[in-house]
Design a protein around this ligand. Structure first.
Ligand code: SF4
Length: 301
């Protein structure tokens, strides 16, 4: 049910506040699951250059924590995942406006580096906002009056290492594995490994890539609820770490922290597969916003 104008505007402000907080929080304070995965990688890595890289990442995170500063200078492109309950009393058009205003506010107030440019003229378009920026992935939930909001600032080094292939259906799962491996081997050290390999399978070309992005937004090591897909996640994780690319591409045992897959059913003559890489600075922060405007911050999801 939509709210009277004053209440709607209060709720829009609450969403804007949440977006402004999430963007900065994500950039400064990486989630515990990522800290654990990087620590595990540091202990597991046996190559000398690989160990050095992981030690440097460890020191980098400690400095960011103690100085309350950014984990990486690339403030990325602001990407949100918004899961809107059917009874959340603010229209998605207003939610989008709040996300845009919150992103701009965080950028100006902190201040943060502004990366947004017109894609042809390359002129800066504002405080990390612009035409169709920030990017929002939408999901809708039945029987809910809440908004679950997740902010995933996406660094360009890893986003540039995104790949899509329209496989032949006859290529099957073998073709999917081959494409993911070829993509990550080809990317080498460019996406700042070790990170999360997000794989989107099925749907259409555009949807497969959106699914790959959704996959990198999950907490590290979570598994797809479909056991067949979860098995492929485990298999790809092992195969990717056998490539020997290692931290920052300098060789080693830990090429990726994990591999997550999201999938959709597809046309019988389609077999799309997309890869979206998330770097070691896999920043992520979430908030649950109630219908009354209450905000509950949580970076475990
Ligand atoms: S890819 Fe990630 S770690 Fe590398 S520079 Fe960009 S944000 Fe930083």
């Amino acid at each position: 049910m939509l709210q009277p104008p004053q209440l709607a505007s209060d709720l829009q402000h609450a969403v804007e506040d949440a977006a402004a907080h999430l963007y900065v929080w994500a950039l400064k304070d990486i989630p515990q699951d990522l800290r654990d995965a990087l620590s595990d990688a540091r202990h597991r890595e046996t190559s000398v250059p690989g160990k050095r890289v992981l030690e440097t990442i460890h020191r980098n995170i400690n400095v960011a924590d103690s100085e309350k500063n950014l984990v990486c200078q690339d403030t990325g492109i602001a990407v949100y995942h918004a899961k809107v309950g059917e009874h959340f009393p603010l229209h998605p058009a207003r939610i989008y406006e709040a996300l845009r205003d919150g992103t701009a506010r965080a950028t100006i107030e902190h201040p943060l580096r502004s990366n947004a440019v017109h894609t042809l003229t390359r002129e800066n378009t504002g405080p990390n906002i612009g035409y169709r920026l920030p990017i929002v992935h939408w999901e809708f939930a039945l029987d809910s009056d809440e908004l679950d909001l997740k902010c995933v600032p996406k660094g360009s080094g890893s986003e540039n290492m995104s790949f899509l292939k329209m496989l032949n259906p006859a290529d099957g799962v073998k073709g999917v594995k081959q494409f993911v491996l070829e993509s990550i081997v080809g990317a080498g050290g460019k996406p700042c490994p070790p990170g999360i390999v997000g794989v989107g399978i099925g749907g259409s070309a555009d949807y497969a890539m959106a699914l790959a992005k959704d996959a990198i937004m999950r907490p590290i090591g979570t598994r797809n609820p479909d056991p067949i897909v979860a098995e492929l996640e485990d298999e790809l994780l092992d195969l990717l770490n056998e490539t020997g690319i290692g931290p920052m591409g300098l060789g080693g045992d830990v090429t990726v922290l994990n591999c997550h897959i999201e999938h959709a059913d597809t046309h019988m003559t389609l077999n799309p597969v997309a890869v979206n890489y998330q770097c070691w600075a896999a920043r992520r922060a979430s908030a649950h916003i109630g219908a009354d405007g209450s905000i509950d911050y949580d970076n475990a999801v």
